[in-house]
Design a protein around this ligand. Sequence first.
Ligand code: HEM
Length: 148
Amino acid sequence: MTTTSSSPDADLIEVSLVALAGREADMRALLFDRFFARYPARRDLFLHVSATSVRMTDETLQWMYGLAGDKKWVWAQVCELVFNHRNYDQLHAAEYAAFIDLAIGALRDTIGGWDDATEAAWRRQADALNALVDRAMREWTDAPLAYP
Ligand code: HEM
């Protein structure tokens, strides 16, 4: 199996992830405050937001980094996550898209010094991730398993 190493988007994304070091908790607080402001009814689904927000945020960012490098493992993880999240409620593609969008915004506002190329790199990979979430929802809905 051949693997790809890097790409201009992956390089830009990596620089912003490195810049976040030490301020992850601030970024997560901003992200979840904004997410709950947009979807207040979702707040009560979170039993331990300070714990679960770590993986929710990290995986979102890591998937976009993976997609920027054309990593094939991202699809299987997205697929499983979308299926697994039916345990919380019927979540909609628009909520995932909002979370992804707010994650990028919270990262930008936490680290500052963000140029147009970095913004474009994240936005391209957000589009790619949203497309995988949509595809996972479609495929699970068509599958002979109970979804959602
Ligand atoms: C790409 C987007 C998302 C990713 C990668 C993601 C990832 C995760 C992960 C890994 C967990 C488990 C955390 C742990 O046990 O440590 C989790 C929990 C959870 N997620 Fe997501 N998630 C995403 C989007 C969403 C959205 C849009 C909602 C909508 C409300 C949501 C609701 C929840 C809830 C309610 C929990 C359990 C929280 C708790 O028990 O405190 N997630 N998520």
